[in-house]
Design a binder for this molecule. Structure first.
Ligand code: AMP
Ligand code: ZN
Length: 113
């Protein structure tokens, strides 16, 4: 997808701190971390947001969550962590390539839900 920041990161056209990669998933450290561990997990396939997930592309979402469990173990997040997806303007999404935030390394005191 032209002009997509995360597609360019996946392609290596923009540098990132990669923590994980397989045939379907790429993961890298967030440039503006909100916790001691803050990693973005993205499908290599360009899907704009959670609202665009359907039966034809949902397998890569499952692959993202398989990667999340591996990354969490590799990062030593045995006490737990949060996985966050922001969807669309009202959800606060700023990069329109589906991604999941892994946040960990601290016990979160604030809870929205
Ligand atoms: P969201 O607001 O849910 O769309 O999340 C986008 C995230 O991408 C934010 O947490 C940003 O800090 C992060 N981000 C933006 N540009 C980069 C970049 N070049 N490398 C790593 N993370 C980035
Ligand atoms: Zn993209």
């Amino acid at each position: 997808m032209d002009n997509c920041l995360f597609c360019k990161i996946i392609a290596g056209e923009i540098p990132s701190t990669k923590v994980y990669e397989d045939d379907a998933v790429f993961a890298f450290r967030d440039i503006n971390p909100q916790a001691p561990v803050h990693i973005l997990v993205v499908p290599k396939q360009h899907i704009c947001c959670a609202d665009a997930v359907d039966a034809g592309n949902s397998a890569c979402v499952a692959r993202c969550f398989e990667a999340i469990a591996k990354i969490a173990k590799a990062e030593g997040l045995e006490n737990g962590y949060r996985v966050i997806n922001n969807c669309g303007a009202d959800g606060g999404q700023t990069v329109m390539h589906l991604h999941f935030h892994i946040l960990g390394g601290v016990k979160f005191s604030d809870k929205m839900i």
